[in-house]
Design a protein around this ligand. Sequence first.
Ligand SMILES: Nc1ncnc2c1ncn2[C@@H]1O[C@H](COP(=O)(O)OP(=O)(O)OP(=O)(O)O)[C@@H](O)[C@H]1O
Ligand SMILES: [Mg+2]
Length: 162
Amino acid sequence: MSQHPLPLPEGVVCALIGAPGSGKSTFAARFPSTWCLNLDTYRALAADTEADQSAAPVAVDVQKLLLDARLSRGLRAVIDSTNLEPAVRAGLLARARRWNRPTVAVLFDVPLGTILARNGDRTRVVAPRVVADLHHLLPTTEQLTAEGFGTVYRISDRTTDV
Ligand SMILES: Nc1ncnc2c1ncn2[C@@H]1O[C@H](COP(=O)(O)OP(=O)(O)OP(=O)(O)O)[C@@H](O)[C@H]1O
Ligand SMILES: [Mg+2]
């Protein structure tokens, strides 16, 4: 296992926040795999393909169950989903509050051009229009602090280290 990219306290809810292709899963792979919750994986487990959006509701349910299971034990959870909608982040913050756990946000502040260039090389290509629309939802670090995240890290396109 490679060295952890961030010092995450015990019991943390760590939200990775970024457009598709911004490098969230690549970053998450540097943590122990059991820490990481990922909606794409759960859609694939339910439907044999992560492209099947009809499996989105069950994937959300699975993620919620696993998040609560880990937080109840004081274990760390890294949420490797886009987490671009404020309501989704509010839900994660509420679960952390429910268990009295610390929160960390990791903002993948990667330029759209860089993401689109990487996107073309992927096996699972997301439509450029969809990527652009989601990229517009990217919050600032100040916004994330105002929402209630205890610690906020920003990752640019130049480095995966903070
Ligand atoms: N720091 C980096 N430098 C260059 N390429 C990168 C970097 N991080 C990720 N990539 C590449 O960019 C592509 C997208 O990365 P990744 O799958 O981690 O994104 P993601 O944010 O998890 O996307 P999604 O939300 O669609 O799951 C991959 O092909 C990956 O190899
Ligand atoms: Mg991913």
